[in-house]
Ligand binder design. Structure first.
Ligand SMILES: CC(C)(COP(=O)(O)OP(=O)(O)OC[C@H]1O[C@@H](n2cnc3c(N)ncnc32)[C@H](O)[C@@H]1OP(=O)(O)O)[C@@H](O)C(=O)NCCC(=O)NCCS
Length: 189
């Protein structure tokens, strides 16, 4: 059954339905989307999507927010993108950080959808009291993604070396971060 995690002015953030698997493949098997996602296989096949669905079936750690928010339009409940939330590689629950990753189907770029979605996921993340910081990394020349993060209030922490094997992209990425006090100041006052 579909679980709705959050709603924004134009979007529903919810679980991914099995029937949407072909749509997921259609949205992600696009080089202009995949090229910025360090760990997404490309070409992106039905098999890749099946593995992703299998990962989603693993229960989230108790007390943690959902690990994936399917992004759908409110008008017709059409899947247009996704936002992932996971512990950054190499960290443990004791580090109290979560990393955000996201993508949007190319036909939907440039309308403010992802800023709207990520803003909502950030708030969902911080409703879990043990989470002290949300981070993200972007390629140095991924200006669209950097604009999303800047607009919703993450700070540019500078270049860091990528510490996990990526399928593509640079070894150095920009790290972005919002701490809980920064979130409280920006979102709750
Ligand atoms: C990054 C991505 C999610 C942005 O989604 P989006 O809904 O188009 O983003 P938004 O419209 O909310 O905001 C993007 C901002 O960047 C700007 N922007 C868009 N493309 C840009 C570009 N190529 N260069 C500079 N700025 C750009 C937009 O104008 C907007 O800023 P504004 O609100 O001040 O006008 C989408 O481009 C995407 O899926 N890219 C491929 C996957 C990806 O890069 N994921 C992130 C990995 S870190």
């Amino acid at each position: 059954m579909t679980e709705i995690f959050a709603e924004t002015a134009r979007l529903i953030l919810r679980t991914l339905d099995w029937e949407e698997l072909p749509r997921l493949v259609q949205l992600l098997d696009v080089w202009d989307v995949a090229r910025w996602l360090a760990v997404l296989p490309y070409p992106y096949t039905r098999k890749d999507a099946e593995s992703f669905y299998a990962e989603l079936e693993e229960p989230a750690e108790p007390g943690n927010p959902p690990q994936f928010f399917a992004v759908a339009t409110k008008t017709d409940n059409l899947l247009i993108g996704g936002v992932g939330l996971h512990a950054p590689r190499g960290t443990t629950a004791e580090d109290h950080e979560m990393e955000i990753g996201y993508w949007l189907g190319k036909d939907f770029w440039g309308q403010g959808f992802m800023s709207e979605a990520v803003r909502s996921v950030v708030s969902c993340g911080f409703t879990h009291p043990e989470i002290q910081a949300l981070i993200a990394t972007t390629a140095v020349n991924n200006k669209a993604s950097q604009n999303v993060l800047q607009k919703i209030g993450l700070k540019n922490m500078g270049l860091i070396e990528r510490d996990y094997p990526a399928l593509r992209g640079d070894d150095h990425v920009l790290k972005w971060q919002m701490t809980r006090p920064e979130w409280q100041r920006a979102y709750c006052s």
